[in-house]
Design a protein around this ligand. Structure first.
Ligand code: PHE
Length: 359
């Protein structure tokens, strides 16, 4: 029996030497040292030996057991190290490669257009002002020269705040124009500000969303006049649409807070359903504007006999759709990652008229 065991042990030692993974090694360990392994069987058979042989054969079996245990442990250590080395190699970073930018998020076109418009007007000396989304009826309408019960209040499809006091109702602002008055009250004159922000009207279809964005612009000084407004908007449109020449048409219009008032159309044409800005026989409305009404200047705490100014307001979604050829308004607010990936902009670039609005 000792010879048999010795040959089994050397067979197992060879198997241990060539084992190349932990699972293979475990099989050998069970064969050698497990409950049904050769060492256990040999120890069990000791009882059948004459008492004088038991001691020496027992010692021999135990030494085989130790040999096998040591060999298995040593091999396990080797396999473990090899496996760790392989994993480290697979996960290695080549730090000698130039840094690679992995930017997963994209800027929403609304944010991009606001950044572009802000950059263009900043270049013309305008700073940015803000007002709250929940605005007083007073600033949204009354201070802007909307007479009480004037139908224009209904035209705006206003959302009224349910729990605001009847004598001083609060609304979700229907336009960014209340910031005209806020800015005058806060900064006085002369002033040049734009005010981007959210606006709300109870209106929802293909081309209207109940929440949308506007950018207001105001300039007031002692001799600001309509030609300044025209020049400013011309410069803006050239810069924004990145075209040397953009035909603009000022069409007479009405707003309670400007006099005279105009709507501005931009020259365009359609080819195979595609809109081409800057040339052609068609016109597309892009904004409302006018000379600030004296009552609004007075609401702002200035003397309309001393100061005069212009104001304009434009829809951000509309600008985005025109500039970037986006046919549908509705997906703007669906939060669909596919859409944002397609229409979004690199998140870490700042538009600047000098360097380019888009990178
Ligand atoms: N507030 C107007 C609107 O929402 C736009 C506008 C702003 C017109 C400033 C004139 C001057 O339609």
């Amino acid at each position: 029996m000792p010879e048999e065991i010795a040959s089994e042990v050397s067979r197992l030692l060879e198997a241990i030497a060539v084992a190349d993974d932990a699972a293979g090694l475990e099989k050998i360990r069970l064969e050698a040292l497990g409950r049904k392994g050769i060492i256990t069987a040999a120890l069990k058979s000791l009882g059948g030996l004459p008492p004088e042989a038991r001691r020496s054969v027992g010692q021999e079996i135990n030494s085989h057991k130790t040999t096998l245990q040591n060999a298995i442990e040593a091999k396990a250590e080797i396999l473990h190290t090899a496996e760790r080395d392989a994993r480290m190699k697979a996960e290695a970073l080549d730090v000698s490669l130039p840094p690679q930018r992995v930017i997963a998020g994209k800027l929403h076109p609304i944010s991009q257009v606001i950044a572009e418009v802000t950059a263009i007007f900043a270049d013309m000396g305008f700073s940015v002002a803000e007002g709250p989304d929940i605005e007083s009826d007073e600033l949204n309408f009354t201070a802007l020269n909307f007479p009480p019960d004037h139908p224009a209040r209904e035209m705006h499809d206003t959302f009224y705040m349910a729990d605001s006091p009847e004598e001083a109702p609060m609304v979700l602002r229907t336009h960014t124009s209340p910031v005209q008055v806020r800015a005058l009250r806060e900064y006085g004159a002369p002033i040049r500000v734009i005010a981007p922000g959210r606006t709300y009207r109870s209106d929802h279809d293909m081309t209207h969303s109940p929440m949308f964005h506007q950018i207001e612009g105001v300039m007031i000084d002692k001799s600001t006049h309509f030609a300044h407004l025209k020049g400013c908007l011309h410069d803006f449109c050239r810069a924004f649409f990145e075209l040397d020449n953009v035909p603009l048409r000022f069409r007479p219009s009405f707003f309670p807070f400007t006099e005279p008032s105009a709507e501005v159309d931009i020259g365009c044409s359609r080819q195979d359903g595609r809109l081409i800005i800057g040339s052609g026989a068609d016109w597309m409305e892009i904004l409302g504007c006018g000379m600030m009404h004296p009552n609004v200047i007075a609401s702002g705490g200035l003397d309309p006999a001393e100061y005069q100014g212009f104001a304009f307001g434009m829809g951000v979604e509309r600008l985005a759709m025109l500039k970037y050829g986006m046919p549908d308004l509705r997906p703007f607010f669906d939060g669909e990652p596919h859409w944002t990936r397609h229409y979004g902009f690199p998140a870490l670039e700042t538009p600047s008229p000098a360097r380019g609005l888009r990178i």
